[in-house]
Design a protein around this ligand. Structure first.
Ligand SMILES: [Zn+2]
Length: 749
């Protein structure tokens, strides 16, 4: 072991000297290669605390380490090095081989690490969707936690307000429940035990229960506004770190500290001074600009930060990349309530700033795009000055939120070199003086049903939304109501990939043209409206997909189709409309039979990645009078290119009663064995595709085609400069895969 331990230190030092980063993971890997049981041996004799969860584990680890005496006394993780090699390096980081250790553990490794290090306490923070194209389903992680907790000898400090955490931690022999709160419930709409809908309607808003008997355990400690109630004591505390979520992290850490014999008040006092977690929350300066750096990696984390930032009016920069460490699919942008930032001016930057711009357009937030992150900080700073946010000589701090690689890049660069504001870029906007785009939100938003506001309903009887169209949908719809009705079907079940965004895009594009519209979110615990004009089905995990199909077998969607409604079905929704699809465990399950397709379980790895596809039959998507559809500035002859992202395991075959929507130019489609490779299916008023992203945000012409089908009207073009920029950026990325003029039929597997 001492040879292995020495190797960790040596390899870590060499790695640092070679500029390969902090060296923690390299050293750990070398050590484990020499002694596979090194982690267990290094932990033996120590009092170990593990911290895991989708969000907050780095911060909570740091806070708990501070409470136990600080990094000089406690062996603790370097931020992000939370897999076994990183943990080995952390345990080698203090000279005292028997001192306490506080280790941040990746959610997927918690069971293995627990078995190795035999911790005294495990802190279970929260579980939510994160990098779906890489990490997989959150419920599988919860199931693995449940196994780990059933085996652990540790005291588990668990957040009882998260149903997935609670379900997993109930299996542990000894649990201390903490009511730490949380505002993200999208991954726990349905009971992890029985799959029924979880009821979050308890009066105190933090209680939850299921008809099967699973319910929020009674907490022994609870976070109130600015205090921790623990047993019969109430301990007020204040942190240098901002936000409700950091108070929750501190509450969890304080309870863990008390399990380890440290008084909670003393622990919180020690934590109060921490103001910088590996650069997060730090205020940095670049020239005349000071910026507060915030990191968010997934929709739950972004939602917490939006909650923190919603009250303010100061300048804000949001930065999104989509590299390996971020996940390649930023469809989650549509799960984040950016609408709440309406009082701020937002500069979108990072490699996926064009996705952000389209999202912010639909959120009604004044925004501009700037390619370079440092330029973006300066542009936001100038915007703050313009708005009178600070007087001359007193700088307003720019808030910056980035996802993982964007944040790390900015942190490396900020303050390092003299800034040149006029750096040329390839964006549509001039970086030196960004032009601000804002469009008033089309609709007020509420929890379940969104009705148009008065400004959208005033137009009737004339103009493009008058109902004078002659297509199949118009007379039907107008006979009942004045507003076009767009329904998002079961957002609680079929909303894994920001799919609700498709409904938002449709409703906004109707409203922007003056067409009266209502957007209805129809969750699975109520009846599906049968008389709407347009229905959107999205993607979902196996269990929720199966549940949605069972619910829709009541004939509601079939009824709507018989009345002439238009249906957009994406991914799991596409499969549901067919004759059969693989249910949980791959067992074939009957679909609705509304589309002549059938899906079987695929044999290879999941189809994951960017797709470009050429619409095969534009006339199938719109009345002939509309002519061929052109999707933005990039078209192939008269045909239309679709851009999107897929993530599915099924293989879908099309029967004689339907046609493919599009032929593939790059990426994976319906089936890896089908020829020619195709995506989606079209029949009558049903349009189905595997593309999410959401697909209509990237392909506004497809949205307009659906609106034309639903209204029977020829639609006026909109100013789609931001959508076009996004399309160009996405299609350019895929262009090298597409032969010039002769799209390559891709043969897979
Ligand atoms: Zn249940």
């Amino acid at each position: 072991m001492w040879l292995a331990r020495g190797s960790v230190v040596t390899a870590g030092a060499i790695s640092r000297r070679l500029g390969l980063g902090a060296g923690s993971t390299v050293g750990g890997r070398v050590g484990i290669a020499i002694d596979p049981r090194l982690l267990a041996k290094l932990a033996a004799g120590r009092q170990v605390a593990l911290v895991s969860g989708t969000n907050g584990k780095t911060t909570t680890t740091r806070l708990l380490a501070e409470a136990l005496g600080g990094p000089g006394v406690v062996a603790t993780s370097l931020a992000g090095a939370n897999m076994p090699a990183g943990l080995v390096a952390a345990l080698c980081s203090t000279p005292a081989p028997t001192g306490p250790a506080v280790l941040e553990v990746d959610e997927g490794y918690l069971g293995d690490v627990d078995a190795s290090v035999r911790p005294r306490v495990v802190v279970a923070l929260n579980l939510s969707r994160d990098q779906l194209d890489r990490v997989g389903e959150v419920r599988m992680v919860a199931a693995r936690w449940r196994e780990a907790f059933a085996a652990t000898k540790a005291t588990v400090v668990a957040n009882c307000d998260d149903p997935l955490v609670a379900w997993a931690a109930i299996a542990a022999g000894h649990v201390v429940w903490v009511a730490a709160g949380g505002i993200w419930h999208a991954d726990a709409h349905h009971c992890p035990s029985c799959d029924a809908r979880v009821d979050f309607s308890a009066a105190d808003t933090s209680g939850w229960s299921c008809t099967c008997g699973l319910r929020r355990p009674r907490p022994e400690a609870a976070l109130t506004d600015h205090a921790l109630r623990i047993g019969d004591r109430t301990v007020p505390f204040a942190l240098a770190l901002p936000g409700r979520f950091n108070r929750a992290n501190a509450a969890m850490a304080a309870v863990a500290a008390s399990v380890l014999g440290i008084d909670a008040a003393r622990a919180l006092e020690a934590m109060s001074r921490v103001d910088d977690i590996a650069g997060r929350f730090a205020v940095v300066t670049d020239g005349s600009v000071s910026a507060r750096l915030l990191l968010a990696k997934n929709p739950a984390g972004w939602t917490e930060l939006v909650d923190l930032l919603a009250g303010g009016t100061g300048p804000l920069v949001v930065a999104v990349n989509a590299r390996d460490a971020d996940g390649h699919d930023p469809s989650w942008l549509w799960d984040v309530p950016f609408e709440r930032l309406g009082r701020r001016r937002v500069v979108a930057t990072g490699e996926r700033r064009d996705d952000l711009a389209v999202r912010l357009r639909h959120a009604g937030v004044a925004h501009a795009t700037v390619r370079d992150q440092i330029d973006a900080l300066h542009a936001a700073h100038r915007a703050g000055s313009d708005m009178g946010g600070h007087s001359a000589g007193v700088n307003a701090t720019v808030d910056y939120v980035g996802n993982y690689t964007a944040f790390q890049e900015l942190r490396r660069r900020v303050g390092r070199s003299p800034h040149t504001a006029a750096a040329p870029t390839k964006t549509l906007r001039t970086d030196a003086q960004p032009s601000w785009t804002v469009r008033t939100p089309a609709r007020p938003r509420s929890a379940d049903t969104i009705r148009p506001d008065s400004s959208d309903t005033t137009i009737s009887g004339s103009g493009p939304g008058s109902g004078s169209g002659s297509g199949p949908g118009s007379g039907r719809a107008r006979a009942r109501r004045s507003a076009l009705s767009v329904v998002v079907v079961h957002p609680d079940l079929l909303g894994t990939y920001g799919d609700g965004g498709n409904g938002v895009v449709l409703a906004d594009r109707a409203a922007w043209r003056g067409i009266p519209v209502e957007l209805v979110l129809a969750p699975s615990d109520g009846p599906l409206p049968r008389s709407a004009d347009l229905y959107c089905l999205g993607g979902g995990e196996d269990g929720p997909q199966s549940r949605s199909a069972t619910q829709l077998a009541d004939g509601s969607l079939e009824d709507a189709l018989a009345r002439g409604a238009t249906v957009l079905a994406v991914c799991a929704g596409f499969q549901i409309l067919g004759h059969s699809f693989p249910g949980p465990g791959g067992v074939p399950q009957p679909g609705l039979g509304l589309l002549d397709v059938a899906t079987v379980r695929g044999t290879g790895p999941r189809a994951v990645g960017e797709v470009v596809a050429e619409v095969l039959a534009p006339t199938a998507l719109a009345p002939t009078a509309l002519g061929p559809i052109t999707l933005g500035p990039i078209t192939l002859g008269d045909h239309a290119l679709l851009t999107g992202f897929v993530n599915h395991a099924g293989e879908t075959r099309i029967g004689p009663g339907a046609r493919p929507l599009a032929r593939l130019l790059s990426g994976d489609g319906n089936s890896r064995s089908g020829a020619p490779p195709a995506d989606g299916a079209v029949a009558g008023t049903v349009v189905a595709t595997y593309l999410h992203g959401p697909v209509l945000a990237r392909n506004p012409a497809l949205a307009d085609a659906l609106l034309s089908m639903a209204t029977g009207q020829v639609l006026e073009p909109l100013d789609d400069v931001e959508e076009d920029a996004l399309r160009v950026e996405r299609l350019r990325g895929s262009a090298r895969k597409i032969g010039a003029g002769t799209p390559r039929a891709r043969k897979i597997g």
